[in-house]
Design a protein around this ligand. Structure first.
Ligand SMILES: [Zn+2]
Length: 342
């Protein structure tokens, strides 16, 4: 931010009190046409932090697109303190192809940050995004979904050892936080490394808009804005219960030992007890069924959606809960309790 409160990027400036919708060139196609990402920059009347909201770094992960667009274009931000940099579709070539990776050598844009201007096409794109719209921010949220064919509970991934990202993760108010530094080249990892604390929000499945998850994420964004004093309308929310899953927690991706067609007995967000049947792998004749049981009591953070597996494919992501959290979840999921908002 400049002294005059303006947000500047290479090629432009958004003055205090101004909103701009821009299409910013990050590469060129085989035909020499520009590849441009949509960016909405809302510079509030009042001073405050600068935050980015981004989605579709993986091109088929759509839920976050709607979250970012609704904040940018449907919320009343006339009283915003600070600046929002909203990027609903980071990975335009992959979005156009409706696939996860860049269709150029199948590169992962979300392993290419902070990028480099004189390197591969993926890293050049990443650098244009990072230098102009990520590095100038004070913090940010990058929205993802599960990989195609799977779904997960809305949860936050953050480096909880880092004070700034831990504050952001807690402010979002999800039930589940998975703690970890993240891989090198990830947007949240690299942003945090240059002093822009960032978290990843994982929500639902690819190729879909899931309204209840989008609403849940919008409530999380509101809560974050409240934490940083950007938006007076709301208070920071407490989700009722929370579990931080770190390296010490028991957690596992349960993998199929047999190929087949999967009959999943629980939804994402379900609490399963040790020995409970999670799913059954069947063959075309429905004989020789293989039953998968929970190796420990835990929460199904992610489950398979596309019900077919080769041996070795993931079936579900099971994480252990601390005793007191488990009791709260048990109460919520009991027949007379409230249903869990996944
Ligand atoms: Zn993703």
């Amino acid at each position: 931010m400049g002294d005059d409160g303006a947000f500047t990027y290479n090629g432009g400036k958004v003055a205090q009190g101004e909103t701009q919708n821009i299409r910013y060139g990050i590469s060129e196609t085989y035909l020499g046409d520009p590849v441009r990402i949509p960016v909405t920059i809302i510079n509030g009347e009042r001073d405050g932090p600068t935050a980015f909201l981004s989605a579709a770094a993986h091109g088929d992960e759509l839920n976050g697109i709607e979250v970012v667009r609704e904040v940018a274009h449907e919320w009343d931000l006339s009283d915003l303190a600070g600046t929002l940099v909203c990027m609903p579709v980071l990975n335009v070539p992959a979005f156009l192809a409706q696939q996860r990776y860049l269709p150029i050598y199948d590169r992962d844009l979300n392993r290419s940050f902070p990028g480099r201007e004189d390197s591969t096409s993926a890293k050049r794109m990443a650098a244009r995004i990072f230098d102009n719209f990520i590095a100038p921010c004070d913090f940010g949220i990058d929205f993802h979904t599960s990989t195609r064919g799977r779904t997960n509970m809305i949860h936050v991934r953050a480096n909880m050892e880092h004070k700034g990202s831990a504050r952001l993760a807690q402010a979002f108010g999800s039930h589940v936080i998975i703690a970890g530094e993240g891989s090198s080249g990830m947007l949240r990892t690299e942003a945090t490394a240059v002093g822009v604390p960032a978290i990843t929000v994982e929500m639902g499945e690819a190729h879909r808009f899931q309204r209840e998850l989008i609403d849940e994420a919008l409530a999380g964004v509101e809560s974050v804005f409240a934490e940083y004093g950007m938006y007076d309308a709301t208070a920071v929310r407490w989700p009722g219960w929370r579990t931080v899953i770190d390296d010490a927690s028991e957690k596992t991706w349960i993998r199929a030992e047999a190929g087949g067609i999967v009959d999943m007995h629980h939804d994402r967000g379900a609490l399963v007890h040790e020995g409970d049947r999670i799913c059954t792998i069947t063959n075309p004749f429905k004989d020789d069924n293989v039953t998968i049981e929970a190796p420990f009591t835990g929460l199904l953070v992610g489950v398979l959606e596309n019900p077919v597996v080769y041996p070795g494919n993931p079936l579900c992501h099971l994480v252990e809960l601390e005793e007191h959290v488990r009791r709260v979840v048990e109460r919520e999921q009991s027949p007379d309790g409230h249903t869990l908002r996944a």
